[in-house]
Design a protein around this ligand. Structure first.
Ligand code: DGJ
Length: 358
């Protein structure tokens, strides 16, 4: 085992003992900035997964001792606001834009009282990593824009009214050919589970479950990271991937996702590509050991790079839908075996919140 990985294992061992300061920051994302890690996530209360508080922020110099930094983006009190208390705010991720010196947060937003039907991406900005973040807007993504590499003439010829029954082979073929991209072209593409990725050249990408959670989109963000450029690619069309996590190692992009089974865990999926535009190759489930077929009871949220190394930790949520605030986290070092990312049961470190019911 390489030395950095060994120290990562030791760090995660001590992390397991830090129950009291365990963050309430679910579906989280991490940012390294000026010597500290920042952890942003969904504040969960005891009886509902709807947002009653907002997006929390914690910081740490060592990934072990976490300091509560407050509510980075609170829910709004004004009735009718996109982020009105009782909406759904999920999977926040924050990146830093060196040119504008702004911290840019994107998250999945569902409007209050409308279940998961809005399927919007939302963006907020701040001058400091801890916020306060100012909410800018929310909406569907890339209205009027076709994805790269899609046969648009063929997609245009697809008639949504001809495919009223889902899951038939014909429907599946039409989905692959862009049936739902065409359906949502004018309004903009649906955007639910998501992550952000900043490439080595500083270009940022928004990766989200689209097309009724059937297909992932990888969409380029503008230079200030607060809008979409209109350039995007589809990934694994019709494959029903959620919970995307993305990292790059030795020039290869790796994506670990989940299937779509609500709050219930399922088997992780893994893909690799030489470029974000693809082509993406599907690999076997990266999990090994007991409960590998349910990602050890968890669902991924972020591939966290340990600063100064090429080592990554797969951070995952163990959802507790009956009492959402008691959801906890698995931190799993990503080992490479036969050149492929692997998540081993015996390397898991659990980070549990106390059973608080606030
Ligand atoms: C699975 C998603 O990954 C979660 O973020 C959340 O949206 C749940 N589905 C809701 O059922």
């Amino acid at each position: 085992m390489k030395k950095p990985l060994l120290s990562l294992m030791l760090l995660l061992c001590s992390l397991a003992t830090q129950a009291i300061t365990t963050p309430n920051a679910h579906g989280g994302g991490f940012l390294w900035h000026k010597g500290r890690y920042y952890w942003y996530g969904e504040h969960k209360s005891n009886h509902t997964s709807a947002a009653l508080v907002g997006i929390t922020c914690y910081s740490s110099a060592n990934l072990k001792d976490w300091r509560y930094e407050g509510i980075a983006l609170p829910v709004a009190e004004q009735p009718g606001s996109d982020i009105e208390r009782g909406c759904i705010m999920e999977r926040p991720k924050v990146i830093y834009n060196a040119a504008t010196r702004k911290f840019v947060m994107w998250f999945h937003l569902e409007l209050k009282g409308r279940g998961y039907s809005a399927a919007r991406a939302a963006v907020a900005v701040a001058n400091k990593p801890t916020g306060p973040f100012t909410f800018l807007r929310s909406g569907r993504v890339n209205a009027g824009r076709w994805p790269a590499l899609l046969d648009t003439a063929r997609a245009m010829a697809l008639r949504p009214e001809s495919y009223k029954t889902w899951w038939t082979p014909e429907w599946h073929r039409a989905i692959t050919q862009g049936l739902f991209v065409r359906r949502d072209l004018a309004e903009g593409q649906m955007s639910r589970d998501m992550t952000l990725y900043v490439d080595d050249d500083g270009t940022a990408y928004h990766i989200y479950s689209s097309e009724d959670n059937l297909t992932l989109h990888i969409a380029e963000l503008t230079a200030d990271y607060t809008s979409h450029t209109g350039r995007y690619w589809r990934m694994a069309p019709g494959g029903q991937n959620e919970a995307p996590t993305l990292f790059k190692k030795d020039g290869t992009y790796w994506m670990i996702t989940s299937g779509c089974t609500g709050w219930a865990p399922n088997a992780a999926r893994m893909f690799s590509a030489p470029s974000l535009a693809g082509p993406w190759t599907a690999h076997e489930n990266p999990c090994r050991g007991p409960e590998a077929e349910t990602t050890f009871g968890a669902q991924g949220t972020y591939a966290l790079r340990i600063q100064g190394t090429q080592d990554f930790v797969f951070v995952a949520d163990v959802w507790q839908p009956k009492h959402p605030s008691t959801a906890y986290y698995l931190w799993i070092p990503i080992t490479f075996e036969d050149g492929k990312p692997t998540l081993r049961r015996e390397n898991i470190r659990e980070m549990r919140r106390e059973l608080s019911f606030e």
